[in-house]
Design a protein around this ligand. Structure first.
Ligand code: ATP
Ligand code: MG
Length: 764
């Protein structure tokens, strides 16, 4: 029967069973992709619950919130909803944010602290660079923030940073000698705004546990069993948290795969796995070798690839599934054609294999690659869902509203204050904000505090401005008061209405304005749903703060609020970690893209890129298609591209037509589109000018004719993107009278004449 121990364990193979049943000491499950590591964790938690361990004694750390939710619901299926409910399960960031809120005082914060996402952090860094009058080319905000982030993840505080001669030396060499000061200012600004960035959540947890033994003791006693998924991608700060919590009882089980370590750029340290045994003496190591996910062909292909890495723990991963199809490698003339190939193949496979759209995933190296695929899928009427990139909560109109929420919950939040002090426009300009900022710094208070008592702080503004500031103050203070009694949804409605946001959005009848209004409505719907679900679970008084702590910790994978599952998934390889799909397309296998240009400069970087490719391939259950383009539009121009070196790393016996040299294979000669593009490409490459068959010689048009720059530059052979007709190639250009006219062959709309004076298009 389902609920007995033997029932649980019967869903596992022998090695998995052994790993689940071992509960007496530290254990490490190290195994290849698809071998059931996550399954072992899931069953182990169910097993512990069956053994009588109360759920709130179990701490389980996953890589995304979504993974945690899925694991929880799986456990609920195994042992019942009631027992699964009170598990402590989530990402490192969300679990420790929760703990930091209840212990905030101990580290000098208030429990309503704001969590900065990476764009908030970058904004603050940028602002500080500006205030220090440093050159933002030398101190690029993203780079500076990356450096600060690495320091934090290695638990290097600003003081330690400034005292570390090695780091200071390095910064000097990198021509960023002031970095330590930026870090210091950044950190104190966060603190005075009662805010933390993502990295702080881990750093302050460590500081909390280090400096407050009684707090550490409390959580040590609570978390009787600690489990961590994807351990290969934990960083030093995360490792130390696990170590501190598990040090007393050693009941800790971590699972991971060194071959899938792909976050070293964020400070993840593969040593955490390699040294686990020495950190926890007596560790039992379990190896799982059977892959249950993929066909034999996919497993073998992935094995042959990862073998090319010099650094790895030997694993013999095998599959007893059917052999399956070989991997198909397809070349395209351009990124645009690559997207067409993929979307056509999805449309075809769906019919041939009776597959649903949700069985397909397109995985790319960088978010920027998604655009071409979105376009091609839309043209093919294929529904898709895209993860990452600019997620819903990152959109400007949503972030602006969220900034109101943030300021109401935590009025000292500087970033939120700056975003909305003059949104919607209320005549409070940059000069006034600068005055508020310097006044705040002089008195060592927050911007909000200055606005609450401008006279007390001698804020130097004229009476008109003072009035406007007062208006802003009473608007926000009114919301703060209402936040005592109103639930999150009700208050959000009130804010959107009374702040003037609604009026501004609904007055704007442009398509962009309408889509903004729709997004705001969607936010309200999401909040309503949030409040209702919380109430169903017996929670009362659902405030803005509750909603904020939910949304501020969403990861790329979590921003999926569409119930409708019939969609193709588009995501980066990084965010596909741990997931599986029947049919996977790994796209953009080109030098300088995958592997990325940055990674190529060092061997370690190259091996990490190869692991990333390994992660991509091993997401596939039944089929895997790999594509690359020979030219790619990047950073505003089309450049030639060469196939990735990784393609040669896969043993050719697992590749369709592998006996031939697939990389030099070209498209069929009758491929008009391909050859047009190819011709253009070759022309750009050899730097020859095109010799188009012009109908009349093209003259430079007199400046009096109102032609756009694009229209003036247009030549035969150019590929254009037209507002209505989509992509097309210019077959001829004519002058008739004063008008210039282009004849264009569009891919879907067929042949059209465009009067260049009016036509809306861009040259691709
Ligand atoms: P990754 O390294 O990609 O995270 P993993 O090692 O965590 O993979 P799982 O996701 O746990 O692997 O398992 C892969 C697939 O194989 C899942 O669909 C899982 O349900 C299935 N599976 C694992 N073990 C078994 C088993 N003993 N019997 C049947 N199916 C299994
Ligand atoms: Mg897994």
């Amino acid at each position: 029967e389902k609920n007995s121990d033997s029932g649980l364990l019967s869903h596992l193979n022998e090695a998995q069973r052994a790993a689940v049943a071992f509960c007496d000491g530290p254990s490490l499950v190290i195994a290849g992709a698809g071998s059931g590591k996550t399954r072992v964790l899931t069953y182990k938690i169910a097993y512990l619950l069956e053994q009588g361990l109360p759920p709130y004694y179990i701490l389980a750390l996953t890589f995304t919130n979504k993974a945690a939710r899925e694991m929880k619901s799986r456990i609920a299926d195994l042992v019942g909803e009631k027992r699964a409910r009170r598990l402590w399960m989530g990402t490192f960031h969300s679990i420790f944010a929760r703990i930091l809120r209840s212990e905030a005082e101990a580290i000098g914060f208030q429990s309503n602290f704001t969590i900065f996402d990476s764009s908030d952090s970058n904004n603050l860094v940028r602002l500080i660079i500006k205030e220090m009058e440093l050159d933002d080319k030398q101190y690029r905000p993203g780079v500076v923030h990356g450096q600060i982030s690495r320091a934090k993840n290695s638990l290097i505080t600003p003081a330690m940073y400034a005292a570390n001669t090695e780091i200071i030396q390095y910064d000097r060499m990198a021509k960023r000698p002031q970095l330590f000061e930026i870090y210091q200012r950044y950190q104190s600004r966060l603190r005075s705004g009662n805010s933390m960035d993502f990295d702080d959540l881990l750093m302050y947890t460590n500081i909390l546990f280090r400096d407050h033994k009684e707090v550490l003791e409390k959580y040590r006693n609570q978390f009787q069993y600690i489990l961590v998924d994807e351990y290969q991608d934990t960083n030093f700060a995360q490792h130390l948290i696990v170590k501190q919590l598990a040090d007393a009882h050693h009941r800790v089980c971590v699972v991971g795969d060194d071959a899938q370590s792909i976050y070293s750029f964020r400070g993840a340290n593969i040593d955490n796995i390699l040294k686990f045994k020495s950190n926890f003496p007596g560790t039992q190591i379990f190896k799982l070798e059977q892959n249950y996910r993929s066909t034999r062909n996919i497993v073998n292909a992935a094995n042959s690839l990862i073998k090319k890495n010099s650094e790895q723990i030997f694993k013999n991963v095998f599959s007893e599934n059917e052999e399956g199809e070989k991997i198909e490698i397809r070349s395209a003339f351009s990124d645009f054609e690559e997207a067409l190939i993929v979307s056509n193949k999805i449309a075809r496979m769906r019919l041939e294999k009776y597959a649903g759209y949700n069985d397909f995933a397109i995985l790319y190296r960088t978010n920027a690659q998604s655009r071409a695929f979105e376009e091609a899928l839309r043209k093919n009427n294929i529904p898709y869902r895209i993860y990452g990139g600019l997620s819903f909560y990152q959109r400007k109109e949503i972030k602006d509203i969220i900034s109101y929420f943030r300021l109401i919950v935590n009025p000292n939040d500087e970033e939120a204050f700056r975003r909305i002090i003059n949104y919607p426009t209320r005549g409070i300009g940059a000069v006034t904000v600068a005055k508020i900022t310097s006044t705040a710094q002089r008195h060592n208070v927050s911007l909000w505090q200055v606005v609450t008592a401008p006279l007390e702080y001698n804020l130097d503004v004229n009476t008109g401005t003072a009035k406007k500031l007062e208006g802003f103050y009473s608007l926000i203070q009114g919301f703060i008061d209402k936040n005592e009694t109103m639930n999150a949804f009700e208050l959000a409605q009130e804010i959107i209405k009374n702040s003037g946001i609604a009026k501004e959005a609904y007055d704007d009848m442009t398509p962009e304005g309408m889509s903004r209004a729709q997004n705001m409505q969607e936010l309200l719907n999401a909040m309503n749903e949030f409040v209702e679900t919380q109430q169903e679970q017996g929670e009362e008084n659902i405030r803005l703060a509750d909603f904020l702590s939910e949304v501020s910790l969403l990861t790329d994978q979590d921003t999926d609020n569409e119930a409708d599952n019939e969609r193709v998934t588009l995501m980066t390889v990084h965010s596909a970690k741990g997931l599986e799909f029947d049919h996977v397309f790994v796209v953009g296998l080109e030098e300088d893209l995958f592997p990325s240009a940055m990674a190529k400069s060092e061997i370690r970087g190259l091996e990490e890129e190869r692991r990333l490719f390994y992660v991509a391939i091993t997401r596939a259950k039944k089929s895997c298609t790999i594509t690359y383009a020979k030219s790619r539009f990047r950073n505003g121009q089309t450049n030639p591209a060469t196939p990735s070196r990784f393609l040669k790393d896969i043993d050719s016996s697992y590749i369709e037509g592998g006996e031939n040299d697939f990389i030099t294979r070209t498209a069929p000669a009758d491929d008009f589109w391909g050859s047009m593009r190819e011709q253009r490409l070759q022309n750009t490459m050899s730097n020859h000018t095109i010799t188009p068959k012009r109908v009349v010689p093209v003259q430079r048009v007199a400046s009096s004719t109102p032609l756009s720059k694009e229209a003036q530059e247009l030549e035969v052979g150019h590929i254009i993107e037209h507002e209505r007709f989509g992509r097309g190639v210019v077959t001829s250009i004519e002058m008739s009278g004063n008008d210039r006219r282009a004849f264009v062959e569009f891919e879907s709309a067929g042949k059209k004449q465009l009067l260049l004076k009016f036509a809306k298009f861009s040259i691709v």
